[in-house]
Every structure is written in structure tokens, then in C-alpha cells.
Design a protein around this ligand. Structure first.
Ligand SMILES: *[C@@H]1O[C@H](CO)[C@@H](O)[C@H](O)[C@H]1NC(C)=O
Ligand SMILES: *[C@@H]1O[C@H](CO)[C@@H](O)[C@H](O)[C@H]1NC(C)=O
Ligand SMILES: *[C@@H]1O[C@H](CO)[C@@H](O)[C@H](O)[C@H]1NC(C)=O
Ligand SMILES: *[C@@H]1O[C@H](CO)[C@@H](O)[C@H](O)[C@H]1NC(C)=O
Ligand SMILES: *[C@@H]1O[C@H](CO)[C@@H](O)[C@H](O)[C@H]1NC(C)=O
Ligand SMILES: *[C@@H]1O[C@H](CO)[C@@H](O)[C@H](O)[C@H]1NC(C)=O
Length: 930
């Protein structure tokens, strides 16, 4: 039997839910979604996710529909992104088309049907849209949204052959990725002509093109490939890409999710430009009717014509001038002042425009009449908002936008050949005007020789260095690009609105209370608690921390192509700066789960600023801080000066739980889904790389396909998090994942000391877990680390316990409750239970949520009080911490900043999680805490 047949059988066996039970449990229910922030004023299609309570809806017997507040129905494409363990739908993804009228809210209705309705197909409710039409031939895929037709070749170097408007105008064609690199860099600033450096130019080369199964409202075309040299120079194809083109019905735009994996050599492959280019046909359009628009600052635009007829010595007439400025076709030249119309050939036309955003603080803009002539500076500005348009009043045109353009500096746009028959727009994700992207290590090892030296160096810079481990090989980056097709040059206001959509794409979300009640993202958080003075204080502190990090991103300029989304780990109070240059203190790389804090903070508040912040974090940490290729594929890198510089390659950093919230809320973002899938083989890395290699004393070494030692905290929680998500998603490996999760859960339950054992021997082939090397007889090992539960363990375990329900392997919940209770218990209690104490631990504030968990489960008020005592009175942030910032300016700092020298990101992450979870689990006992 082919693997596919096995998979289909499994799926139908799984979803073959008895109809009687389905009709017995299923009933109609609905969920309201609203726009994050303000409702958009223009809309060109959205995908969103919705949770459903356990046991309520089965996919094969549920029909989904959507209507606006006024009862108007809208086309809906629906699919399942997650299931409960009983097979009922846990998460759905939904796509709606471009909307002509936009409602503040929409209601999604899930209606039980007798099974004859295919719930995944969209129900056409009115005739306002025509839906997506896909035509596939052996060499291309054509998608018609009703407002544009895009054709995607299946082979070659062109990622998008043509973009046609509804009226049949081709406004974009010959779309390609472009790349420039060089083999070395000038070590002396300003030095030129290093003859040992080779320069390379590349274009996309497609290896695979596919289209998603469902295409009624949204079509997803996925194009994979790599970059191949265009000249005679010799460089192997490299820099793998995945482009996901999202096309919505009734939409004139295409959203591209553009992902690259760095598969080069940091010492010989220096990227000098990453771009995407489209040709724009302009033949037949008069030069004075061709328009260039470039987004500037705060909705501003550069509004120019290729051949300007304003500001001249002679005036062609008001109607002519305002037509040109507005981007409409100018009146017939017969109506112009002849002193202008007879001299058009003397007016230069501007062939090329170029914008460079080389820092988050400023961009430059220039133009020239043609190659060989001088560039003329156009005044630039501060932060370009990332959109460029080229087109004509009658030929139509194309706009390209990049989300977070200035935040992802160095970026740029080139508009070229605008005065010829075919112009082009290049969006630079990495500007060729910038310094080459230098991914080499930032130091040479400083003579460290062997683990002893490396551990000693860790004592001073906190960097865990090891030769060869500071490699970017396998890191990735994802960018979001928009293409918009126009039948004629759009109005300035339209473009300005589109710029807003490019940077803050419209998002539909359910209310926090609905998500909470569905229990689809756990039961360890709740809505903000303003019931008492004490809880209001905690809420105010959470708000303070969330705002502080947003402000620090701006004040410390945590921006850049690879860096944007992350923040720093530790502060240097003497220099009044974060420790951006000190070994293990710089980029945070998800240390102690700030990702979880920000996502939970969003879930409970529903705040737009938090969503956008957490989304940028997820897009960064899941890509740049994790390896997607090579031996360490599936592992992340510990915090450091470069995102990949530390030698601690760990599953705790790639923890799939960190992506889970965005994945489901977004309706199953396909790039994040792919990242989650990649992580399913993280367990295999333990056969190659021992995370404890530098401190191991028992002589154990890893062997592929054998039995490996893994920690029950940071290691197992990351593996378990991934297995649970795969099981929920019913991905292609869900049965294997369920087996591994169940086996290891059983194994932990069976350990004499459960989680307190600390580690276990995991069988890479069978996915089973037994006693650790230190205790082969399972007599009862005691090994507890302050780190075990602070990289998602509680969140994964608590969700797993709920997910299994009555099928949870026996003894596991007790093992977890014991760990939760004894971590913060007295040494006497630990000794009485385990024969020895847990030694000296810390992070009690963060662990107070484990105490809260057990208190909640047992309904024990003494333990509840203990949880609050640990939260307020152990380590971390004390209630009498400053909870404010100090403004610093003048010569003590590079530029004015708000400083909170009492803050460390570790504390923020764990305080935030403990505050949210304690309020949810034992909040009612806070007011009685003294
Ligand atoms: C439902 O629609 C999907 C997508 O079009 C299709 O793959 C599937 O076979 C359909 N199922 C039934 C039962 O018709
Ligand atoms: C949709 O179109 C069909 C066929 O043209 C027509 O019979 C029907 O009344 C239309 N429905 C609406 C809601 O306009
Ligand atoms: C020239 O480039 C090579 C790398 O290709 C580098 O090793 C060398 O130092 C450079 N020389 C100068 C003078 O920059
Ligand atoms: C990168 O290239 C350098 C110079 O050719 C070579 O010495 C080194 O082994 C390469 N590194 C890797 C990881 O291939
Ligand atoms: C490990 O097992 C897998 C599948 O069973 C196999 O493909 C792989 O070659 C094995 N690796 C080693 C090093 O034995
Ligand atoms: C549980 O542990 C006992 C020894 O304590 C062992 O004999 C047994 O095989 C284990 N069972 C599982 C399922 O691991």
C-alpha cells in the first residue's frame, strides 16, 4: 500500500464519526469575529482562525457560513486546522473574499448537517462575487480572482508570468526573484578593487509549484526553488526559497509570503541584494501619462510623472496639470497650450527611481534620466512605509509593498526603464546599496581550546562558545509582500490606504472570552482581573511591561532584516544600554518563553498592539533563531550577540508551543505550519548532539537511532509540544506523534520519581522513555532544574492533560501535580517525599504558577496562598520594584531613552506568565493574600 493510501485510510477511519453521535452532540452554534483594531476601509481578502469547544462539531457533518452584523452573507471557505482527541473540530481556518462593504463584526455559524453537505466547500450566498477560477495545464497554473488573473509557470526562472486586470490589461509580467552576492568583503572601509573578490548575480529557478486543494474563496499557490547564477560566473545554485501566493476572490491584490533559508557558507557567501522584480508594460502610454508613486512617511507619497508637465516655464493648462498630478489621463494635447505641446521633446523623462532605506531612521530617494547620466537627489525622509507603484493612466499599473519596510532595513525600491516600453519595479528585501550581509562569527574564539576553556569563558561573558557552532547555515527569514494590480493609476488616497493595509493587514479575531471558553488554547489564562486592588496592580504591571518592550524596540532600534521581532536579554546598568555586545546577554532568542507571555497577554486582552508585537516575535524566533537545514535542523540557538552565535543548540528555543497561538489564530498560516512540521524530527538530533556534552560526567555519547538521554523539562516539553500540535492538526505524521507523546507520557508516569527524575532514556526508534542512565533500576532519581518548567512545560503538560481527557495514561497527572507541588515546597517536605531535597533552586516567582496549578486542581487554599507568596515574595520582581522608567538624555546616552535598570527579560517573561496564570487559576484567593 502506498503511504498516501495509508494516510487516507487513517483519515477516513478517524473522521468516520458515527452519524448518530454527531447529530446527537452537534448543534448549531456561532462565533463572532471582529477586526483587530479599527475596521479596514479597503479589504482584499482575509484568512482567520476560530476555535470550537470539544465534542461540538464534526467536520463531515458541519456546514460553516458567515454573515455581517446586518445579516448580509459573505462567501466563506472553511477547513479544519485542528481537532480534539475525540475527532471533533477544535480549530477552523476560514477565508473571506475582498469585501465591497465592510462590517465591524461577522458571525460564523456552524450548522449541523446530515452529512450530505461538504462543509469545506464554500456556500455561494449571493451573486456579488464570481469566486476563484483555477485553470491548470501541464506548464502553468492560472488563477482568476474576478479582479485579476495571475499565471504561474511550473518551471523556469519566472515565478509569476503575468498579472492581468479584469479588463484584460497586463500590468505585471516576468516576475522573478533576484539575488546578488560576493565571495568576500573589503576589510578596510572604503578600500576598493580587491581583485580576490568575485561577484555573482542570480535569479529564481523553480523546482516545484503547487496549488492548495480548496480554491473557492482563496487560492494558495506555493512555488519552491533556489537562486541560480545568471551570468557565466560559477556559483552553485543556493538560497532556497518558498513563495506562498495568496489570491482571494473579488480581490485585485496578491499577498506573497516569501521565505528564504540560508544554505551558504558565511565566510564565502555575502549577500548584497535580495529582491523581487516585476516588469510593467507601458507601451503605448504617453510619457506624461506614466506615473510613479512611492510611499513616504505617515501616509505620504511621492507623486511624479515620468515626463512632468508641471513647474515648466510655460503652463499647459490647469486641467492638464491636475490630471497629471492626480494620475488621470491628461486631456488631448490639442487642448494644451501649444507652447508646451510643441516642445514636449525638450522635457527630460525620468527613467529610473531608487529608494534606499539603509537605517530605520532615514531613507534617500533619487532619480535619473538614464544610465550614464547623473542621479538627482529627491529629498528623502525618515521611515518609508514600503510601497512603490509604476503605471499609466490608461495602461494601468502595479504596486508592490513590503510589510514593516523600514523596520526591516536595509530595504529599497528600484523603478527602472519607466521611459521605455517595459518598465520594472524591484523591491529589495536587502538593499544592494547596503553593506553586504555579514554572517561571519563576531570573534575568532579567543583561543578557547576544549570544553574546559569554553566553560571558563562562560563564567565571564556568559557565552557558550564552541568552534563551528556559530554558524548561520540553516537559518531562515520570512517576509510579507503585497502586489496590487490597477486598471489605471489609482488615487493617492487609495494608495495611501493600501500602505496601511500592507503594514497592518486586516485581521479578524474572536473575542478573548470566546477563545477562553472554547479551551482550545488551554485553561491556564483568563480575561484581565480587575476584581480587587491587588489584581488591578498586577494588571497594571503587565501593561507596563508590555508597553516597555514596545518602547524599547523603538528607542534601542531593535530593527533590521534579521533582527526585527526580537529584543534583548539583559541590561548593562553602567553603560545605560542593553548588553548587545556581551556573549550570552544580547539577543533574547525566546529565553524563558517571552513568546508565551506576549501571546497569552494578547489572548486575554485582545489588544492590537500586543498581537502585532507577538506576531513579529513569532516570525523572528521561529525562523532566524532555529535551524531549518543540516544536522541541527529542529534545534534553536541560545541567546547571544548573533542569533546563531551560541553553541547551545537546543529544542527549548525551537519549542513549537511558541508558534501555536499564532498558527491557530491566523487560520493555519502555512509557513508556520511548515515550521511546525520541520520540528517533528527534532528528537533525532539527540542521536547526534548531546545538549549536555560539556558538563556530562558519565561518559555517555549520543548514537543515531539508539537510545538517548533527554531532559524531562526543556527537551521533552519541546518534543511533546510538537507531537501534541501534530496530533491536533492531524498532520501527515499525527499517528506517529500521538504514539510518541503517549509512550513518553507513560514512561514519565512510570518513573519512580516522575518529573523529579530529571531525565530519561528515550528510544529514537520506538519513541519510548525509560529511566535515566544514572538510575537504570528506576529506584528513584532526584534531579530538578530551575529551567525545566520555564520553556513551555506547564503549558504543554496542561494542554496535554486536557487533550487526552479520560484517555490520559495513568499516573501522569499525579506525576505532574507532584512536580508542581514539590518544586516550591520546603526542603523537609522534599526529603520526606523523595529522600533528598531538590538542592538550591531559583525562578520561584515563575514557578508560582506551578503551585497555582496544583492548588487549583486540588482546590487547596493553603497551597493557593503559597502560590501568591512565591509570586510576591521570593525572587523575580518584588511588589516594591520600581515599576517605572527613568528618562535619560544628554551625554550619558547615545540618544534619549527610558531606562528600567531593574528589568531583565527573563524576569519579564516569567513574571508575565506567572501573573497571568496565577490570576486565572487562583485569582479568587489573591484578595485574601497577606
Ligand atoms: C469536500 O471538498 C473537498 C475539497 O473540495 C474534497 O477534497 C473532498 O473530497 C470533498 N468531500 C466530499 C465528501 O465530497
Ligand atoms: C443570482 O443569480 C441567479 C442566476 O443568474 C439568479 O437566479 C438569482 O436570483 C441571483 N441571486 C441573487 C441573490 O441575486
Ligand atoms: C580581499 O578579500 C579577501 C577575501 O576575499 C580578504 O581575505 C582580504 O583581506 C581582502 N583584502 C583587503 C585589502 O581588503
Ligand atoms: C566555508 O568556506 C571556507 C573557505 O572556502 C572553508 O574553509 C570552510 O570549510 C567552509 N565552511 C563550511 C561550513 O563549509
Ligand atoms: C536511522 O534510521 C533511519 C530509519 O530507520 C535510517 O534511514 C537511517 O539511515 C538510520 N541512521 C543511521 C545512522 O543508522
Ligand atoms: C514500568 O516500570 C517498571 C519498573 O519499575 C518496568 O518493569 C515496566 O516495564 C515499566 N513499564 C513501562 C510501560 O515502561
Amino acid at each position: 500500500m502506498s503511504p498516501l493510501a495509508v494516510c487516507l485510510l487513517a483519515v477516513s477511519a478517524f473522521f468516520g464519526h458515527p452519524v448518530s453521535a454527531a447529530t446527537g452532540n452537534s448543534s448549531s452554534s456561532s462565533a463572532t469575529v471582529h477586526w483587530l483594531g479599527k475596521a479596514p476601509t479597503l479589504h482584499s481578502g482575509t484568512t482567520f482562525g476560530l476555535p470550537w469547544p470539544r465534542g461540538k462539531h464534526w467536520l463531515d457533518s458541519t456546514k460553516f457560513s458567515i454573515s455581517s452584523t446586518s445579516g448580509q452573507t459573505v462567501d466563506l471557505q472553511s477547513w479544519a486546522t485542528g481537532y480534539w482527541s475525540d475527532g471533533s473540530v477544535k480549530w477552523t481556518g476560514h477565508a473571506i473574499p475582498g469585501l465591497d462593504s465592510i462590517s465591524e463584526e461577522y458571525t460564523v455559524k456552524a450548522t449541523a448537517s446530515n452529512g450530505s453537505t461538504n462543509s469545506t466547500a464554500s456556500a455561494r450566498a449571493d451573486n456579488t462575487t464570481t469566486g476563484i477560477i483555477v485553470t491548470e495545464s501541464s506548464d502553468e497554473i492560472k488563477v482568476d480572482t474576478g479582479k485579476l488573473i495571475a499565471s504561474f509557470p511550473k518551471t523556469g526562472d519566472t515565478i509569476l508570468k503575468t498579472i492581468e486586470t479584469k479588463s484584460g490589461k497586463t500590468v505585471g509580467q516576468n516576475g522573478k526573484l533576484v539575488l546578488h552576492s560576493q565571495s568576500g568583503v573589503e576589510d578596510t572601509p572604503g578600500a576598493r578593487g580587491n581583485s580576490t573578490i568575485d561577484y555573482f548575480s542570480y535569479e529564481s529557478r523553480i523546482s516545484d509549484v503547487s496549488i492548495g486543494e480548496q480554491t473557492s474563496v482563496r487560492a494558495l499557490v506555493t512555488v519552491r526553488g533556489e537562486h541560480q547564477v545568471t551570468d557565466s560566473s560559477s556559483h552553485d545554485p543556493w538560497l532556497q526559497f518558498v513563495l506562498r501566493f495568496y489570491l482571494y476572490s473579488n480581490s485585485e491584490s496578491i499577498k506573497i509570503v516569501h521565505s528564504l533559508v540560508f544554505d551558504g557558507n558565511a565566510t564565502t557567501d555575502f549577500i548584497t541584494g535580495i529582491g523581487i522584480r516585476f516588469d510593467v508594460p507601458l507601451e503605448g502610454e504617453e510619457l506624461y501619462n506614466r506615473h510613479v508613486r512611492v510611499a513616504g512617511v505617515d501616509g505620504g507619497l511621492l507623486n511624479e510623472a515620468v515626463q512632468g508637465i508641471t513647474g515648466l516655464r510655460r503652463d499647459p493648462g490647469t486641467a492638464v496639470k491636475s490630471a497629471q498630478y492626480d494620475g488621470t489621463e491628461t486631456p488631448d494635447t490639442g487642448t494644451w497650450d501649444t507652447r508646451v505641446s510643441s516642445r514636449l521633446h525638450w522635457i527630460p523623462s525620468w527613467n529610473d527611481y531608487s529608494l534606499s532605506q539603509l537605517s530605520p531612521d532615514g531613507f534617500t530617494l533619487r532619480k535619473r534620466t538614464k544610465a550614464g547620466q547623473s542621479w538627482i537627489n529627491i529629498p528623502g525622509g525618515t521611515r518609508a512605509e514600503g510601497l512603490a507603484y509604476l503605471g499609466g493612466a490608461t495602461t494601468g499599473g502595479l504596486a508592490i509593498g513590503l510589510r514593516d519596510f523600514w523596520k526591516r532595513y536595509p530595504t529599497g525600491f528600484d523603478i527602472s526603464n519607466a521611459a521605455s516600453d517595459t518598465g520594472s519595479i524591484t523591491l529589495w528585501l536587502y538593499s544592494p546599496s547596503a553593506q553586504p550581509l555579514d554572517l561571519r562569527p563576531f570573534h575568532n574564539g579567543l583561543g578557547q581550546d576544549g570544553y574546559e576553556d569554553q566553560l571558563d569563558a562562560l563564567q565571564i561573558t556568559y557565552e557558550d562558545w564552541e568552534d563551528g557552532f556559530n554558524t548561520p547555515y540553516g537559518i531562515a527569514r520570512t517576509s510579507e509582500i503585497s502586489l496590487i494590480a490597477f486598471d489605471q493609476t489609482p488615487s493617492r488616497d487609495t494608495l495611501s490606504t493600501l500602505v496601511t493595509n500592507v503594514n497592518s493587514p486586516p485581521v479578524l479575531v474572536a473575542n478573548p472570552s470566546y477563545i477562553k471558553e472554547s479551551k482550545a488554547l488551554g485553561s491556564y489564562w483568563d480575561l484581565p482581573d480587575t476584581s480587587s486592588d491587588a489584581s488591578q496592580t498586577v494588571e497594571a504591571h503587565l501593561d507596563f511591561l508590555a508597553k516597555f518592550y514596545q518602547d524599547q524596540v523603538e528607542q534601542r532600534r531593535w530593527y533590521g532584516f534579521l533582527d526585527y521581532g526580537d529584543f534583548m536579554h539583559t541590561y548593562d546598568t553602567d553603560r545605560h544600554t542593553w548588553r548587545y555586545d556581551i556573549g550570552g546577554y544580547a539577543w533574547d532568542n525566546s529565553e524563558l518563553s517571552p513568546d508565551l507571555f506576549f501571546w497569552l497577554y494578547f489572548l486575554r486582552t485582545g489588544r492590537e498592539d500586543i498581537y502585532r508585537f507577538a506576531e513579529a516575535l513569532t516570525r523572528h524566533t521561529g525562523e532566524v533563531d532555529v535551524y531549518h537545514l543540516g544536522n541541527w535542523k529542529g534545534l534553536g540557538t541560545r541567546h547571544g550577540v548573533q542569533h546563531w552565535s551560541d553553541s547551545a543548540k537546543q529544542a527549548r528555543i525551537s519549542q513549537p508551543q511558541y508558534r501555536k497561538y499564532f498558527y491557530y489564530l491566523s487560520g493555519g498560516d502555512e509557513r508556520v505550519g511548515e515550521l511546525l512540521e520541520e520540528l517533528l524530527d527534532t528528537d533525532q538530533t539527540y542521536g547526534i548532539l548531546d545538549p549536555n556534552r560539556k558538563v556530562r560526567t558519565d561518559g555517555w555519547t549520543p548514537t543515531p537511532n539508539s537510545t538517548v538521554a533527554i531532559g524531562l523539562g526543556t527537551d521533552w516539553s519541546a518534543l511533546a509540544g510538537g507531537w501534541l500540535i501534530e496530533w491536533e492538526r492531524r498532520g501527515s505524521r499525527w499517528e506517529e506523534s500521538k504514539t510518541k507523546l503517549t509512550n513518553t507520557i507513560t514512561g514519565i508516569a512510570n518513573l519512580t520519581n516522575g518529573f523529579v527524575t530529571g531525565s530519561g532514556l528515550y528510544d529514537l526508534e520506538l519513541g519510548t522513555l525509560g529511566p535515566p542512565p544514572a538510575d537504570p533500576q528506576n529506584l528513584g532519581n532526584v534531579s530538578v532544574s530551575h529551567l525545566s518548567a520555564v520553556f513551555g512545560l506547564l503549558e504543554v503538560v496542561s494542554e496535554s492533560i486536557e487533550y487526552y481527557g479520560s484517555t490520559l495514561p495513568k499516573g501522569f497527572k499525579q506525576a505532574w501535580l507532584d512536580y508542581c507541588y514539590y518544586f516550591g515546597a520546603t526542603k523537609q517536605e522534599q526529603i520526606a517525599r523523595y529522600g533528598s531535597s531538590f538542592g538550591s533552586l531559583n525562578l520561584f516567582q515563575g514557578h508560582s504558577r506551578l503551585t497555582a496549578y496544583v492548588a487549583h486542581e486540588l482546590g487547596n487554599s493553603t497551597i493557593e496562598q503559597r502560590a501568591w507568596k512565591e509570586f510576591f515574595d521570593t525572587d523575580g520582581f518584588a511588589p516594591d520594584a520600581a515599576w517605572n522608567t527613568t528618562y535619560l538624555n544628554g551625554s550619558s546616552v547615545l540618544m534619549p531613552v527610558d531606562e528600567a535598570s531593574w528589568i531583565s527579560t527573563n524576569d519579564v517573561a516569567q513574571y508575565g506568565l506567572a501573573a497571568i496564570q496565577n490570576l486565572a487559576l487562583v485569582g479568587e484567593s489573591l484578595s485574601s493574600y497577606t
